[in-house]
Design a protein around this ligand. Structure first.
Ligand code: ZN
Length: 275
């Protein structure tokens, strides 16, 4: 019996050592001023409701968002001065390509117009358009550092993945696959997970922020319509999230995706060198 007890004790000690080791990794990512997590509020497709509802809501609580312009959309042309003014007050204008090419061959893609079908666009054509979109954004806001949100999260052009041809031009790329980043040190800045909430409550959004807080990582929301347009989240749910973030600035760092990813890249390089 004694021998069996000794074997059991040894087994438990080994198990505990493994448990402690796995609990200790990954090391907690160091956000500025001891904050627990980062929050990126992003808005895709250059929609009227973003100019009408989102920017006033963000400004009211002093938070900055990232607006990913599909440059061929009408509100870019008709309301250019308002996008430019938003950039001048610290919001980010991001690249969401010229024509929002997605793969028509995937399910629920009957809305993809033939001339904007990623399945029939080469990766070199996509790279040309994505880089030209950066030039156009530079003409609007005068900035050169840029981030990208990949339309539909689709990267497979006719002849392969187009992201390797453009990723050097971006500080960060949102690609889809979930709101909360699992591990900041393992995060690829060119493939950042993001979720597009639709029809959710403020409480559901806040729960995802708190999950990022528990993990010490980052939550990425990509909204479309807010209080209008399509893939809509209500003004009330959006305002509840903003009020929560404004009331907990000590815990959560809400900023443009550009500012967050500039910090993440620096911190990944610094912490990777630490003993
Ligand atoms: Zn989009």
């Amino acid at each position: 019996m004694a021998r069996r007890a000794a074997v059991w004790a040894l087994g438990m000690a080994a198990w505990c050592a493994v448990a402690i080791a796995s609990a200790a990794t990954p090391a907690r990512f160091a956000w500025p001023d001891g904050k627990r997590a980062a929050v990126s509020l992003a808005y895709d497709d250059a929609l009227d409701s973003q100019l009408d509802n989102v920017i006033p809501a963000l400004d009211k609580v002093g938070l900055k968002g990232s607006f990913y312009l599909q440059l061929s959309r009408e509100p870019v042309n008709t309301r250019l001065a308002e996008w430019r003014a938003a950039a001048a007050e610290g919001h980010e204008l991001g690249n969401h390509t010229l024509f929002h090419q997605c793969q028509a061959s995937l399910p629920d893609r009957s809305w993809v117009e033939p001339q904007r079908n990623l399945d029939t666009t080469t990766k070199a054509q996509m790279a040309d358009q994505v880089l030209l979109a950066n030039t156009m954004l530079h003409a609007i806001d005068g900035k050169t550092a840029r981030t990208l949100t990949v339309p539909c999260g689709d990267v497979h052009a006719q002849d392969g993945d187009y992201l390797p041809l453009v990723k050097q031009a971006f500080v960060g790329i949102k690609l889809g696959g979930g709101a909360v980043v699992p591990d900041m040190m393992a995060l690829d800045p060119s493939a950042v997970p993001v979720e597009a909430p639709v029809g959710v409550t403020g409480k559901q959004l806040i729960a995802q922020v708190e999950e990022a807080g528990r993990k010490g990582t980052m939550v990425n929301f990509t909204f479309h319509g807010v209080g209008g347009d399509y893939l809509t989240v209500s003004n009330e749910a959006h305002a509840e999230l903003l009020a929560y973030l404004a009331a907990h600035k000590d815990r959560y760092w809400t900023d443009t995706f550009l500012n967050l990813m500039t910090y993440v890249r620096q911190q990944q390089a610094t912490q990777a060198k630490a003993p």
